[in-house]
Design a protein around this ligand. Structure first.
Ligand SMILES: Cc1cc2nc3c(=O)[nH]c(=O)nc-3n(C[C@H](O)[C@H](O)[C@H](O)COP(=O)(O)OP(=O)(O)OC[C@H]3O[C@@H](n4cnc5c(N)ncnc54)[C@H](O)[C@@H]3O)c2cc1C
Length: 297
């Protein structure tokens, strides 16, 4: 089914809770709906932007000339068969990542437990190659199913996918693809052991990150061999506030909306932090969060 909402609020569609409105949000709940997307987007007339659960997004203020495309394909995980001693779990891109982790733990399937506490959907985790505690989403893939306006729907095997630190490229030079489904290759293990490891990881996360605050996770990527949080802390940014936005006093690399924050304040803090880290350490911080803006940020 396809549903179209006019002027969706990005503040409401993102965990950071800031941002203006897009032209429209087009939601698809079935892979075959994708074939109608191109003409719908052309009719509305904006730039398409694929939006998952919005947990890694910093959206600009004002009226933004984007059409949000939300692949809300929530097909429940299915355990199929084993290849090379691994069980295959296939799931829709719109399925919540944390629900998948609990399904895997319940069924004694190990590989994803390091991703505990990462909000968002399976498609977003693949597209961002989300990772923590030494686990990267894309390293656990067996294959994915993609949609592209020119190439239609097809399957890509894990061996063909390029990925790295918060980097994912399913096919050379391909843009505007949408992940519709992912199949993970996981190892059979004892369920209680997996649950224990997830609990330990989550406790660690809770004690070092502002997990309950309105944020988009880490705002900057860690430079090679360095921690962006440590650099921001050393440059005096930890706890720095501006008009409702702040670098968290729990973890300096989390930009949080303390209430009434705006993208204007967020970008001012980001510019200030980049400048301070560049001046003090000669390191140019790169954004980890994805920006939706009409100007290049
Ligand atoms: C409290 C908190 C903790 C976090 N901790 C971590 C962490 O430990 N590690 C980590 O890596 N991240 C972390 N994040 C960031 C975020 O949760 C992940 O990047 C998550 O995987 C994004 O998924 P999403 O569905 O919300 O994607 P969105 O935020 O909606 O989108 C992110 C990007 O993926 C693209 N995208 C989304 N879905 C699709 C799709 N189906 N097909 C193609 N492209 C798509 C979007 O275009 C966008 O560029 C954290 C965020 C928060 C708020």
């Amino acid at each position: 089914m396809i549903t179209i909402q006019e002027k969706p609020s990005l503040a409401r569609r993102t965990t950071l809770g800031i941002g203006g409105t897009a032209l429209a949000e087009v939601q698809v709940t079935d892979a075959l709906d994708c074939f109608a997307l191109d003409s719908i987007v052309k009719k509305i007339g904006g730039t398409p932007f694929i939006l998952g659960a919005g947990s890694n997004i910093l959206a600009d203020d004002g009226e933004l000339p984007f059409v949000l495309i939300h692949p809300n394909i929530r097909t429940e995980p299915i355990i199929s068969y084993e290849v090379e001693g691994k069980a295959l779990v296939t799931v829709g891109a719109g399925f919540p990542l944390q629900k998948l982790l609990y399904f895997c733990a319940e069924n004694g399937l190990s590989g994803l437990e390091g991703l505990v506490g990462i909000p968002g959907n399976v498609g977003g985790a693949v597209a961002m190659n989300a990772g923590s505690y030494g686990v990267e989403t894309c390293a656990q893939l067996h294959s994915i199913v993609l949609y592209h306006p020119e190439h239609g729907i097809w399957q890509v095997d894990a061996a063909a996918i390029q990925y790295g630190y918060r980097y994912f490229c399913p096919c050379e030079n391909l843009k505007n693809y949408m992940v519709l489904q992912a199949t993970f290759a996981l190892t059979q293990k004892e369920s209680n052991g997996i649950k224990k490891s997830m609990s330990l990881n989550f406790l660690k996360k809770k004690s070092t990150q502002p997990v309950a605050a309105r944020s988009a996770g880490c705002v900057f990527k860690n430079p090679l061999g360095e921690s962006a949080g440590r650099l921001l802390d050393a440059a005096g940014l930890k706890g720095k506030q501006m008009c409702g936005m702040a670098f968290s006093s729990v973890h300096a690399n989390f930009l949080v909306n303390e209430g009434g924050g705006s993208a204007q304040a967020a970008f001012a803090l980001i510019d200030c932090a980049r400048e301070a880290v560049l001046q003090q350490f000669g390191i140019q911080l790169e954004m980890e969060v994805r920006v939706i803006s009409w100007q290049s940020r």
